[in-house]
Design a binder for this molecule. Structure first.
Ligand code: FMN
Ligand code: ADP
Length: 308
């Protein structure tokens, strides 16, 4: 996959088969559009192009979204697009100036002059250009004059699956991890670096790798205890995860800590990825460490029976 971090380096194509959007999460609805894109580009002998934007348009065009938390980091999206067989990925810097292009300007300057679009594939509800004024109807009316075709992914196809990035975000912040995973078509993940904590975990028989996320804008699901897979150094381990403030040990900062089963390595400073599989229980304040340890032993039993 060719990756462009700006359109300046994009070499105009003969036969671009293009879709555009933010694709946060690259969920099953997005995957449907992307597989249609690949199919069409293969049938028509064209090249598939995904045009995406960074930072997320909502953080640029509205005031209240400084804290917008996202389902996928840029790196994760790149990996997902590559896995789906996309040939060209253009990550367009979404500036205020870019957001002010009218839909006509977007079509002429970006889709046609820069990319060489011959076919545009878009979801029924996709809007583009200043104030999101460009629509499928507009494109359909005008595309022949621009010299390209438009293919719509029908409303029913996307709505039947009732998928949206915001619905998945809501599932995650309310602890419905299974629902989020079903809509994503894979387990929700968190990636980061293992950092030092209070070094208390090892004294209670449950060392926990404290994970500092690679990106601060990555959405952290609801506090609580989860069953996970942990990916480290090419290996996958079963384990459990606590997200929270650790009220039992008077913690104040929100931490993400994973205990891996059948694992005994010092991994400070190393990368780890967690796949959240199942929500076990809310985080609680226990009366003393002994009671916390008893509960963590119960959590482990539940996790092991989940895996078996
Ligand atoms: C599976 C699991 C469940 C946990 N549940 C709780 C909890 O309910 N309440 C709490 O205060 N801390 C909970 N913790 C966090 C422990 O307090 C924490 O792992 C311990 O303080 C060690 O911290 P350290 O890694 O900084 O040494 C849990 C940890 C794990 C691995
Ligand atoms: N099974 C395991 N699960 C998680 N971390 C482990 C495990 N075995 C060894 N470790 C190591 O121990 C560290 C966690 O021990 P802990 O006493 O909780 O210290 P800290 O408070 O610094 O996280 C991890 O960062 C990792 O380097």
């Amino acid at each position: 996959m060719n990756i462009y971090h700006s359109l300046d380096s994009f070499q105009k194509l003969e036969n671009g088969v293009v879709t555009s959007g933010t694709f946060d999460g690259v969920h099953l609805g997005h995957q449907k559009i992307l597989s249609r894109l690949t199919e069409i580009s293969q049938q028509s002998g064209g090249e598939s192009v995904v045009l995406t934007f960074w930072p997320h348009p909502r953080t640029v065009v509205s005031e209240d979204s400084q804290a917008l938390q996202l389902l996928s980091t840029v790196e994760e999206k790149i990996a997902l697009f590559a896995k789906l067989g996309i040939q060209h990925l253009a990550i367009v810097p979404f500036t205020r100036a870019f957001s002010e292009l009218t839909s006509e300007e977007f079509i002429q300057q970006i889709l046609i002059d820069k990319i060489g679009t011959k076919k545009l594939v878009i979801g029924y509800d996709h809007r583009f250009g200043r104030n999101r004024e460009g629509s499928f109807e507009f494109l359909q009316k005008n595309c022949s004059e621009y010299g390209f075709e438009v293919e719509e992914i029908p409303r029913a196809d996307i709505e039947d699956m009732a998928i949206s990035s915001s619905r998945i975000r809501k599932s995650l912040v309310t602890g419905h991890i299974q629902e989020a995973n079903d809509l994503l078509g894979r387990p929700y993940n968190l990636s980061g670096t293992v950092v030092k904590g209070k070094q208390l975990g090892r004294t209670i028989g449950f060392p926990t790798a404290n994970v500092h996320l690679h990106e601060s804008y990555k959405l952290v699901p609801m506090n609580g205890v989860y069953i996970i897979y942990a990916l480290h150094n090419g290996n996958r381990y079963q384990g459990m995860l606590n997200i929270g403030v650790r009220p039992t040990v008077d913690g104040t900062m929100r931490t993400i800590e994973a205990h891996l089963f059948d694992f005994d390595q010092e991994i400070y400073g190393e990368d780890i990825e967690l796949e959240l599989l199942h929500y076990l229980r809310p985080e609680q304040k226990f009366d003393g460490l002994d009671n916390l340890v008893k509960q963590i032993q119960v959590d482990k039993q539940h996790s092991l029976s989940y895996f078996s």
